[in-house]
Design a binder for this molecule. Structure first.
Ligand SMILES: [Zn+2]
Length: 85
């Protein structure tokens, strides 16, 4: 018997996870961040991502942290501009 390459989503329980590469958008403290070209398992139902390798997860969080920092800096600059007025 051939074994099906499929996974059950740990978040929503759907069995429809599939392997691929795509841009991943996540909310970090209310700021949507998109990290391009992430490799792993993707859930069609809830959008959950399971990274293929720990390396991919590290890369994702590295980029997410960098993007979050950028967003914070931008917000901080806007706040400072408002206070100066
Ligand atoms: Zn799911």
């Amino acid at each position: 018997m051939a074994q099906m390459e499929s996974r059950v989503c740990a978040t929503c329980g759907a069995a429809g996870m599939f392997y691929g590469r795509r841009d991943v958008t996540r909310d970090f403290e209310g700021t949507p961040l998109t990290v391009p070209d992430v490799e792993g398992w993707f859930c069609n139902k809830c959008g959950e991502v399971e990274f293929a390798e720990s390396e991919a997860a590290e890369r994702f969080f590295e980029q997410a942290t960098a993007l979050q920092q950028q967003a914070r800096n931008k917000q901080g600059a806007e706040l400072r501009n408002q206070q100066q007025r």
